[in-house]
Design a protein around this ligand. Structure first.
Ligand SMILES: Cc1cc2nc3c(=O)[nH]c(=O)nc-3n(C[C@H](O)[C@H](O)[C@H](O)COP(=O)(O)O)c2cc1C
Length: 213
């Protein structure tokens, strides 16, 4: 086979096209802890899960970058929708998949996440754009923030999110190590099962295509 200028296609050309194609095909994932705490355990868990999405292009968000006045219809009428909300919505639209780990405040979302959700949902009705999602929650106590996780799974599914799997992590300090990840065997099995369902759906991490030689 010959290229335009008559030069023969060599193996390094194939290598280049193969890797360029893989780069173009890389799935984009955004991940964040739904908390504005600087030491958020949920930010840690979301980052850990995202780090295991081999072969994907990962963007970790910090909710502090989306701080806005508390949503009110009066504010919206007076000043419109803040640029931070439009940016958040753009990130959702442009990504292929989403990982969120929810902090539980009084059985519900943190005010920080709810405020972003309220503003961003005013940009366009279809909030979650049918994006595949892996939803998690972590808590220092024994319930593993199950209240907010149930709430999130139900309400996000209802509002156009495609929730593929979920996982909750209780007693975060005892069950999570920054270097080793989830240390309890059964919890780790449940975590990997949820993560792998998401990975399989997203078709990432399966390096089954062998390099062109
Ligand atoms: C205002 C407030 C309310 C909370 N409510 C709950 C709760 O309902 N259930 C729970 O398991 N933990 C609750 N907690 C504890 C949080 O889960 C804990 O602070 C956790 O670290 C929050 O996650 P983060 O570190 O990712 O922000 C609450 C904490 C605060 C500050």
């Amino acid at each position: 086979m010959r290229l335009k200028g008559g030069e023969k296609i060599k193996s390094y050309h194939l290598h280049f096209y193969f890797w360029f194609w893989r780069y173009l095909m890389k799935k984009k994932i955004i991940a964040f802890g739904a908390s504005n705490s600087r030491n958020s355990i949920n930010q840690k868990l979301a980052g850990y899960a995202a780090g295991l999405m081999e072969g994907a292009e990962i963007t970790i968000l910090d909710l502090n970058d989306f701080e806005m006045p508390i949503y009110s219809t009066d504010r919206e009428h007076k000043n419109g929708i803040p640029k931070e909300a439009r940016h958040f919505k753009k990130l959702i639209k442009e990504t292929d998949g989403i990982i969120i780990s929810f902090a539980e405040h009084n059985g519900s979302y943190t005010a920080a996440f709810k405020n972003i959700l309220d503003w961003a949902s005013r940009v366009e009705k279809d909030m979650w754009q049918n994006k595949p999602m892996f939803l998690m929650a972590a808590s220092p106590g024994k319930r593993g923030a199950k209240g907010v996780l149930n709430l999130a799974v139900n309400s996000i599914s209802f509002r156009g999110g495609n929730v593929i799997s979920s996982f909750s992590l209780p007693f975060f300090k005892q069950n999570f190590s920054e270097t080793m990840g989830i240390t309890d065997a059964e919890l780790n099995r449940l975590f990997l099962s949820g993560l792998n369902q998401f990975k399989n759906f997203m078709e990432v991490g399966s390096d089954t295509i062998s390099a062109v030689s």
